[in-house]
Design a protein around this ligand. Structure first.
Ligand code: ZN
Length: 677
């Protein structure tokens, strides 16, 4: 593991924060916290915490001793001084004389000692930091050290490697009892460089930020050296089907199975050589089912992943059945785990949902699951970390984490549940939405509107740059695709299934206008328009329905038709004819797939004033179509400007109307000739 300390960078941090009135201690604390945080082998997703003891000026102008500890909601990798809330140090250190302290009283004591009442909650490991006397304290869940301590003889092994340079703290859940025990262990030998917390992580400490960080890296390097030298076996692989199915083929099947009361999950697929070795192993049902490598992963991933059979490309139905049986067993086991441990828990808990957050697929890799792409990615990241540590442990010995009851204790610990936040889900959260022609105009506005409702949005556009720009502005996925090519469309949907696990709502919006008097228009023009304005919609709908059927819980198709489909205009035949066919296409899908819960609706939009128009960008194009600015307003009954946002809202509204199918919603400010009869 590389030591990333640089004197130059350290000085740069001191200078930068000095300008903001931040003292040197805190500036260096931010600097080395980030050095720890950017190394995923040390810290991922809010794991780990750091502290510094310093003095700060109070409002009365005098200096007071404080401890600044990482606050919840902050990641070490990009922490700022406000992510390290300051507390009065003396009252906290005095608490070490207490015999016991409840979690509630501990959190309250931490909060009442804050200098700034707006600060986030300081870490639940604050007292451990406060009791130790050192100025700088670093805590990580370092992978190589977890690989040592998660073995049956983990403690002995650590002493063998580190000798008297460390203290070893038995497993205790974070909180007052752990803080007190850690201090006791430290007192037995105050010359140690750090404390190893059994099957949990490691603390290092020193009087300077550099020394504490150096010690962390040194302890990790010694562990890594040991793992390299002692590595003996590696996993033996099972026999896989002749042809393994692709991840994008099975993602919608799994997504369809792991669905709770119409609340689907978002999936994130990962694979690598190391992941494959792990998931293909003959012993996977042993070493993958023992628990997580450090206790706090359990709140995001549950104690164990679901293992499904290797998918045979020639028999996906067989895979579906096998996965279904595996999931049923998983759910049964989870209920039993809850009952078993709740019975002996001092305070009775309410059971959480029994669904896995990680799925291991022999022959392929793994899926992380969550209620958004972000949480799914976190699950997948944690799964990869667990695989790395368990692989190292099993190469030397046997993986043995904390006990089942200890896992339960953490999973159902109110302070850990609080970390996840009781954030209410947005209306379309968990939904995977595809918008074609999403790189500009109505498509871009629609993508933004769905993203604002919490959906995961994939933007399809033949202009890959435009798709990328819109996607990155909403945290979505941009995919270059030619909707007139069935191959290109299939590839796009495979990419979406791979990124998110499937598809719920498709807005087939891509289109282009061709003109010509119908008696004179050349065949090529008319066919070209049919390619985009009819076949483009059919290709998209066909590919989407295949994914929706694999999921098996319905879906929603939304088409952007046009006023031309209902009220033809002079010289707009080449545009209106395929749009009229698309209107029928919408009804055909509604008719033939309604029984499978797939809805199909259209928005009939006309004379939409894009936000770009006001900037003069598409004025030229509008002029070419014989429209001037006043037409956009005076041309409708409401005398109202109709914008791309109005159309976007209509799509969202239809997506939410669970009982509506085969409907056309008109968004044109009122045009009686184009109204439906
Ligand atoms: Zn920890």
């Amino acid at each position: 593991m590389k030591n990333l300390w640089s004197d130059k960078d350290a000085k740069r941090f001191i200078r930068r924060y000095k300008r903001q009135g931040i003292n040197t201690d805190l500036a260096l604390r931010v600097y080395t916290s980030r050095l720890l945080g950017i190394n995923p082998k040390l810290v991922i997703h809010g794991g780990g915490n750091t502290s510094v003891k310093t003095t700060l000026k109070t409002i009365m102008g005098d200096f007071t001793d404080v401890i600044c500890v990482k606050g919840s909601g902050w990641d070490l990798g990009n922490i700022e001084p406000e992510g390290l809330p300051a507390m009065h140090l003396i009252p906290l250190t005095q608490m070490k004389t207490l015999d016991a302290l409840s979690d509630q009283d501990m959190v309250n004591a931490q909060r009442t000692n804050l200098l700034d009442s707006r600060s986030p909650n300081p870490s639940v490991e604050t007292l451990l930091h406060a009791f130790l006397p050192h100025k700088f304290i670093d805590h990580t869940h370092a992978n190589p050290i977890l690989a040592l301590s998660n073995q049956p003889s983990g403690e002995r092994l650590c002493f063998k490697i580190y000798g008297n340079n460390i203290g070893y703290v038995p497993y205790i859940m974070p909180g007052f009892a752990l803080a007190k025990k850690a201090f006791e262990v430290y007192q037995e030998n105050p010359n140690i460089a750090g404390l190893i917390l059994h099957k949990h992580g490691v603390f290092t400490f020193a009087d300077t930020a550099k020394k504490s960080y150096d010690q962390m890296i040194n302890l990790c390097n010694l562990a890594e050296k040991h793992i390299r030298n002692e590595r003996r076996s590696s996993f033996v692989s099972i026999r896989l089907p002749k042809k393994t199915a692709k991840a994008y083929e099975i993602a919608p099947i799994l997504r369809g199975l792991v669905v709770d009361e119409r609340k689907p999950m978002v999936l994130d697929f990962r694979t690598s050589k190391q992941v494959r070795k792990f998931v293909d192993g003959t012993d996977i049902l042993r070493y993958s089912q023992l628990g997580t490598v450090t206790p706090d992963h359990v709140i995001r991933t549950k104690p164990m992943p679901l293992v499904v059979p290797a998918p045979d490309a020639d028999n996906l139905n067989h895979f579906r059945k096998g996965a279904e049986i595996a999931l049923k067993r998983y759910i049964r086991n989870y209920h039993a785990y809850f009952r078993r441990n709740n019975k002996i828990a001092p305070i009775k808990k309410t059971e959480l949902d029994p669904f896995p957050r990680i799925i291991l697929v022999p022959g392929l890799g793994l899926f992380g699951l969550g209620n958004s792409a972000k949480t799914a990615a976190i699950s997948a990241d944690l799964a990869e970390t667990n695989i790395e540590v368990i692989t190292d442990t099993e190469a030397m010995s046997r993986f043995q984490p904390i006990s089942e009851y200890d896992f339960f204790d953490i999973e159902y610990w109110s302070l850990e549940q609080a970390k996840l936040g009781a954030s209410r889900e947005k209306p379309l959260q968990r939904k995977i939405v595809v918008v074609t022609g999403g790189g500009s105009g109505i498509g871009a506005a629609t993508a933004r509107e769905f993203a604002a409702e919490g959906a995961q949005v994939a933007i399809i556009d033949n202009n890959s740059k435009a798709a990328e720009i819109v996607a990155s502005s909403i945290g979505g996925l941009g995919i270059p695709c030619d909707v007139t090519s069935p191959q290109s469309v299939k590839k796009a949907f495979a990419a979406i299934s791979l990124a998110y696990g499937g598809v719920d709502i498709v807005i087939s919006n891509a289109g282009a206008a061709w003109q010509g008097r119908i008696g004179d228009v050349d065949e090529r023009t008319l066919r070209q328009s049919f390619e985009v304005n009819f076949w483009g919609h059919q290709n998209i709908a066909q590919a989407a329905v295949a994914v929706m059927q694999a999921q098996g819980f319905g879906g929603c198709l939304l088409f952007n038709t046009s006023k031309q489909a209902i009220n033809p205009g002079h010289n707009f035949g080449p545009y209106g004819l395929p749009k009229a066919a698309t209107l029928s296409l919408m009804k055909q899908y509604a008719l033939e797939y309604g029984a499978e819960g797939i809805r199909s609706n259209a928005v009939n939009a006309d004379r939409i004033r894009s936000g770009l128009l006001t900037k003069g960008i598409i004025k030229v194009r509008s002029k070419a179509r014989g429209l001037n600015e006043s037409d956009y307003m005076a041309g409708n009954l409401l005398k109202r400007e109709v914008t791309t946002e109005d159309v976007a809202k209509a799509f969202v509204s239809l997506a939410k109307s669970e009982s509506t199918t085969a409907a056309i919603m008109t968004v044109d400010g009122g045009n009686i000739e184009a109204s439906l009869r």
